[in-house]
Design a protein around this ligand. Structure first.
Ligand code: SAM
Ligand code: SF4
Length: 470
């Protein structure tokens, strides 16, 4: 019997198709009205998002980008959260047509890290300055919730010199049952992340012909089970290139609304990976629904307007120049210095198509990426985990975010984590650039009390204290 035998779909595919048809060829006034509504930062209904997605007037598209840019700056300021993926196992019993880790890919070398190997990978990442990781797992019967929980403990157990410490381990693994999610909650994971790949059930079924992942409904209800188990922060996503991108965006928005209805809060983050070439996965070389750069930028912008308080995550699947454009219109978190196979951070012969999940589009080091974030964007890289450690998650976080909290607290806390990076891990060039930006940020502070508090914390950091936040 399927695990999902008593579950029902809350994704009304017929409604999504109707919304997309109704939104076809929108007139300018309608698009403008929705842009105006978006500026209020209260979000958009799926149909309204569809209208923006279906607009093809370049001038109005420009206004959509501009609105997304201004919402992003207003809510998130010039702060960008950084993380690195850490692949724990590439063993997998599924048959996802697009992924190099699929069970029948005999060309891929299989590897699962031991506790000791996990620690060694974490040490390398800590020594680069990382504080936030996304742990990634294939799905295999040998690796259940208790094993995953142990790998999380392994990650948190590593503390290296200077400020080396992983302060938030997010997880991207196959959906578990409520008891399994409880085990992850108990070891202190940050966000539980799981992408639905395609909300179009026919496409989903075709691309996941065998294995536990073939069960669409079990995966669809994963976030509900995670939240039931007490995991407040969940991360949704769809894999772009498999089906009509507009359908997937509406799927994500309807999924998000369902969580809001059932738990009072939507997802903490949304990701939008695009298909990348992967060993033994033909479809990944020839996506059936390729998403153009323009379309992709629209997707990010429309999401920014539709769910203004949800973090938007961009990975190193995209190249450096395009990442820059996407960061401007809405992205709030990026991965940096990523390697996509188990053991990669300790592999001197890095770049191994026979081991990795997919090819990385941006292979710059963490320090290089930071230099570009600071020098070209004028952004503060942030590793802040204060909210999570103070229990400000889920609905609590969203309530605060809507009251302007991100600018008031996340911004100064971001500066403090950046200072920590500059003191402990940055190259000379990055340190100079970074300290200049911090001085500029301090000068721009209008709240004198907060400015004084921050100056005091920065001085304490220069004197050797670490892990300070307000
Ligand atoms: N095995 C778990 C699962 O499938 O949910 C988690 C790990 S899986 C490696 C993480 C995500 O990688 C998948 O959800 C999918 O969206 C993405 N992915 C798989 N193949 C990809 C490819 N060729 N290009 C880009 N992303 C891909
Ligand atoms: Fe396995 Fe996940 Fe890759 Fe599918 S996407 S083959 S479940 S690792």
């Amino acid at each position: 019997m399927k695990k999902s035998s008593n579950l029902k779909s809350f994704i009304n595919e017929k409604l999504i198709s109707e919304e997309l048809v109704k939104a076809e060829n929108p007139d300018s006034k309608h698009v403008l009205d929705i842009i105006e509504k978006g500026k209020e930062k209260k979000g958009l209904a799926p149909y309204e998002a569809a209208v923006l997605l279906k607009n093809s007037d370049p001038e109005l598209d420009g206004m959509i980008f501009e609105t997304a840019r201004s919402i992003k700056h207003n809510i998130y300021g010039n702060r960008l959260v950084l993380f690195a993926p850490l692949y724990i196992t590439n063993e997998c019993s599924n048959a996802c047509e697009y992924c190099g880790f699929k069970a029948r890919n005999k060309e891929l070398k299989r590897r699962t890290l031991t506790s000791e190997e996990i620690r060694r990978e974490v040490e390398v990442l800590e020594k680069q300055g990382h504080k936030r990781l996304l742990l990634v797992y294939g799905e295999h019967p040998r690796f259940g919730a208790d094993w995953i929980a142990q790998t999380v403990r392994d990650v948190y157990s590593v503390t290296s010199d200077k400020s080396g410490q992983i302060r938030r381990a997010n997880i991207n693994c196959a959906p578990l049952d409520v008891e399994g999610f409880r085990q992850l909650h108990d070891v202190g994971i940050g966000t539980y992340q799981c992408f639905h790949e395609s909300y179009h059930s026919e496409t989903y079924t075709k691309l996941h012909p065998r294995g536990p992942k073939a069960d669409y409904l079990w995966r669809l209800h994963a976030m509900h089970r995670a939240m039931e188990a007490g995991i407040d922060d969940v991360g949704m996503g769809a894999l772009f290139g498999l089906y009509d991108p507009n359908f997937e965006i509406l799927g994500l928005l309807h999924h998000s609304l369902q969580l809001e209805r059932d738990f009072g809060v939507g997802p903490h983050t949304i990701s939008f990976p695009r298909l990348e070439p992967a060993l033994g996965a033909d479809i990944a070389f020839n996506p059936p629904h390729p998403t153009s750069k323009h379309q992709f930028k629209k997707i990010v912008s429309v999401l920014r307007i539709a769910v203004p308080y949800t973090g938007l995550i961009l990975t190193t699947r995209e190249n450096a120049a395009f990442r820059k454009e996407l960061i401007e219109v809405g992205v709030s978190q990026v991965s940096a210095g990523s390697r996509t196979y188990p053991g990669a951070y300790n592999d001197p012969e890095y770049d191994r198509p026979d081991l990795q999940q997919f090819c990385v589009g941006d292979s710059r080091s963490l320090d290089e990426i930071i230099r570009s974030i600071v020098g070209e964007h004028g952004y503060i890289p942030s590793w802040c985990t204060a909210c999570y450690r103070l229990g400000r998650t889920g609905e609590h976080f969203m309530d605060l975010a809507k009251k302007g909290f991100i600018q008031q607290f996340c911004h100064p806390n971001g500066i403090l984590t950046f200072k920590e990076y500059l003191e402990d891990y940055a190259s000379e060039e990055t340190r100079k650039l970074g300290n200049r930006l911090i001085s500029k940020e301090l000068d721009a502070f209008e709240d004198e009390a907060k400015k004084k508090l921050l100056k005091d914390r920065l001085a304490r950091m220069e004197a050797g204290e670490r892990d300070l936040y307000i």
